[in-house]
Write a protein that binds this ligand. Structure first.
Ligand code: LCS
Length: 402
């Protein structure tokens, strides 16, 4: 391996959410919340960023930009960025899109917050599948829109779409927007072409706006290929695709994402509502472009390392926690583990593991909206030695509780 994914990097004093933000995010608490573990002794398997160093090719590009010494107001001019990103999409997904459809936001969360308001009226509803990434709910709440959940079906840890239920909910005349997640956080499903086609048919039939959040589309098991929703419905004008190098290359803090919007009127609305007037952080553009131009080799090694992390967790759980239900996910670096048979009467799984095992993780409906009871989500984007330590502590805590 050319890149070192075993190195343990000290993230203290970097204002990282991962190290310093868990009280607020997981427990809705402030510094008054005490644990039997010092903050630096936690094994942190929660927020979806990685413990790995950003690829040296990207770091070098940022350094080169820093050496230009001026960081004035910046926008994405010319077509260098578009060429880099569209080549990435062409090479990896066999898909491309016209340059005028490409817009930028400081993260996909801000895009969701804005689009829910732009695409729906106050009495209209937003449809998602559950369990769900929490910010799909928060985007609806922020805009005071009602959220409707269609529960994914769980077949022994493998999740599928309940088409009858989705169709029934899409048929509600007040439902105007489907926020779709592909690959899916937290279950790790990569929707197949057939599955995507059926969902697209439902969307078309009921004339919904369709946000396809594909932020996890590069973080897939080796050998797999992502199918953008836009490739399955090449002509549907009400589709918006969200992608970003931020998750793939561990630079979420740089706050830069690609929002591909087909409808010119929606692009216009987004531009009007853009509090940044189209300005972007120059270091972020440089980093994203370098990622798409030079990050491919690093990503392939990362994927291989993650594949091994997943195999390690699978065999560890089989051996040490056989009642846990866990299927290797097709995508993401997140393990979605059903502990309902292991800890059937534990109402607060993140609280239990933080206090009894010194492991920070997310789980349950309070973080994943609905249909998540009894589940925990483990972030595996870290050196294997840390994962091993975390899992051992978790198993020990479960034994002590029994
Ligand atoms: N959409 C999905 C499906 C995500 O999983 C995340 C990050 C975002 C959007 C956020 O995008 P950003 O605003 O950073 O561009 N997911 C996270 C998670 O599950 N835990 O921490 C972050």
């Amino acid at each position: 391996m050319k890149y070192d994914f075993d190195e343990i990097i000290d993230r203290r004093n970097t204002n990282a959410m991962n190290t310093d933000g868990f009280r607020g995010y997981i427990f809705h608490a402030g510094p008054e919340m005490k644990f039997p573990y010092a903050d630096e002794d936690f094994v942190r398997m929660w927020v979806a960023d990685m413990e790995f160093a950003v690829a040296p090719e990207i770091r070098q590009a940022i350094k080169d930009r820093v050496d230009k010494r001026i960081f004035g107001y910046s926008m994405v001019f010319g077509d260098d960025y578009y060429r880099a990103f569209s080549k990435w999409c062409e090479d990896r997904y066999g898909w491309s899109f016209p340059q005028e459809e490409l817009t930028f936001t400081p993260g996909i969360i801000p895009a969701l917050y804005e689009l829910v308001g732009d695409l729906t009226a106050p009495d209209e509803k937003v449809l998602i599948t559950s369990p769900s990434y929490g910010y799909f709910l928060h985007a609806a709440e922020f805009n005071h829109r009602e959220l409707v959940c269609s529960r994914l079906k769980n077949d022994n840890g493998f999740f599928t779409i309940d088409y009858d239920d989705l169709e029934k909910k899409a048929a509600d005349p007040k439902v105007k927007l489907l926020i779709w997640c592909n690959p899916h956080n937290p279950t790790g499903r990569m929707w197949t072409r057939e599955e995507t086609e059926r969902v697209c048919e439902i969307v078309k039939k009921h004339d919904l706006w369709f946000i396809s959040d594909e932020i996890h589309c590069d973080l897939i098991r080796s050998g797999r290929r992502h199918i953008p929703t836009a490739k399955v419905m090449p002509d549907y004008p009400k589709l918006i695709t969200c992608m970003s190098a931020s998750k793939t290359f561990n630079m979420a803090g740089l706050m830069f994402s690609n929002i591909i919007v087909r409808d010119p009127a929606v692009r216009q609305l987004m531009a009007e509502h853009d509090k940044l007037f189209g300005c972007v952080n120059p270091l972020s553009v440089t980093a994203s472009q370098a990622a798409y131009e030079k990050g491919g080799a690093w990503l392939e090694e990362l994927k291989s390392y993650l594949d091994d992390n997943f195999r390690f967790v699978e065999s560890f759980l089989k051996e040490n926690l056989p009642e846990a239900v866990f299927k290797l996910p097709e995508a993401t670096y997140l393990a979605w583990v059903d502990l309902s048979r292991v800890l059937p009467d534990e109402p607060d799984l993140p609280g239990f593991f933080a206090n009894k095992a010194g492991v920070l993780l997310e789980g349950g409906n309070s973080l994943f909206v609905d249909n998540a009871e009894g589940f925990i989500r483990l972030n595996l984007a870290m050196p294997r030695s840390i994962i091993e330590k975390g899992l051992k502590r978790m198993v020990e805590a479960i034994k002590n509780r029994k």
